[in-house]
Write a protein of this length. Sequence first.
Length: 268
Amino acid sequence: MTTKISGFDLAGGGQADGDLAIMPMPVVFLPGMLADQRMWQPTLDALVVSSTGGADTNAVPVPPIEPIFFALSDHDSVGEMAQTVLDHAPDHFALVGMSMGGYVAFEILRRAPERVSHLMLVNTRATADSPKIQRRRMLLAHLVAGSIPFKGVNDAMLDELLHPDNRHDAVLIALLTDMAETGGADVFKRQSKAVAERPDSMAVLADITVPCSVMVGEADGVISPHSHREMADAIKDASFTIVPGAGHYVPLETPNAFAKGLIALLAR
């Protein structure tokens, strides 16, 4: 599923104004597992505040953007997910990949690097799963998807996913739970297979020449900050940020910091 919001004006915080508007920059947002476009809304809200100054008088001006969302829920391989993006995205776009979305971003770069203008990698990794982890992931997917009622987010997962300061944030947990339940067991099984069978993308990193930002929450218990540092070091001129107060969901836990990083990237 693809959703576009045209003319999102960072300079003015609303709909771009006809002939006077700067051509918006397409930005493709790719979410993690069992997430949808709702995970990006706090960032879009923060982008408006940041770009108009708000509390940050040092905000970097950027062109208007056209957010484009892909749910990544209909396929069971990152290759098929990437091809869907390429089939429906504009010819040239900035690319933001979070967790599973990052795996799809690497596949897009493998297939059509010339179409990507900027790259943001958030809470993700370039390495493939080992056979042992693949088996464990698929076993978990089978057990969780087979549970009635389906529960895509549980307490043990939240302990790993969220920063301790956010672990009992009722609004955040309700959103993660609702996104997971909206996706449901079938989406969870498809996405688990896609993630488990994703190719290793370490060789892709050295070929990335567009402006790139790598970002991770300090308390990400799923993919370590250290692995993000190694990934950033392998990409020419990539910026690297460890975000305080965030775990695996930087765009939701610290949307202001995430928006600031995205603005800085798009201005490069």
